[in-house]
Design a protein around this ligand. Structure first.
Ligand code: URA
Length: 190
């Protein structure tokens, strides 16, 4: 029997595989179209996401929605959005390696069930995890890659900055992120 994404989400809702479970309001599993051709993978939920139970609903998410609409002509209901860790790290600290490892099976199941054509990784954590590399995002971005050996999929991975970096940084990074989104749009039409 093949599991559905809804069944996996229901199971994840009670996850206690790492210490982040203690501090969360709720698991932020992911949202969007389970048949999407395009999937985004961020880092982990922030305060607003933890409250609402949905990914990228704060300032970063609003910026992401705008850039994706402008460069790809897509709204979030047509895509699927998930994170490397599904529970909010306290004080928005970086997720730790053991937390990433504990959460990885959920993301693997999401990628397998959605089977997107293109995965856009947002920032260092998701880019390093899916491409199985220690190279940082500044060097990685600007190209497309075959998926690392995380799971078997034919998805193309396009790493780009996390929108929070654009909010902190500015013009050059935003222009680079826009060009990465255009790269993704072209990859989706192949
Ligand atoms: N940042 C992330 O990486 N993910 C979210 O869901 C929100 C902010």
């Amino acid at each position: 029997m093949t599991l559905t994404l809804g069944a996996v989400a229901a199971e994840a809702a009670g996850c206690t595989n790492c210490g982040l479970a203690q501090g969360r309001t709720q698991v932020v599993f992911g949202m969007g179209n389970p048949d999407a051709d395009l999937m985004f993978v961020g880092e982990g939920p922030g305060a607003e996401e933890d409250k609402q139970g949905l990914p990228f609903v704060g300032r970063s998410g609003k910026l992401l929605d705008r850039l994706v609409a402008e460069e790809m002509g897509l709204t979030r209901d047509l895509c699927y959005i998930a994170n490397v860790v599904k529970c909010r790290p306290p004080d928005n600290r970086d997720p730790k390696p053991d937390e990433i490892a504990a959460c990885r099976p959920w993301l693997e199941q999401q990628v397998e069930l959605i089977a997107p054509k293109v995965i856009i990784t947002l920032g260092n954590f998701s880019s390093k995890l899916l491409l199985d590399t220690t190279t940082g995002i500044t060097k990685l971005r600007g190209q497309s890659y075959p998926m690392g050996d995380m799971i078997t999929t034919s998805a193309v991975v396009i790493p780009t900055y996390h929108p929070a970096a654009i909010l902190r940084g500015g013009g050059l990074q935003e222009a680079q992120m826009r060009s990465d989104l255009v790269r993704a749009r072209i990859a989706m039409s192949r």
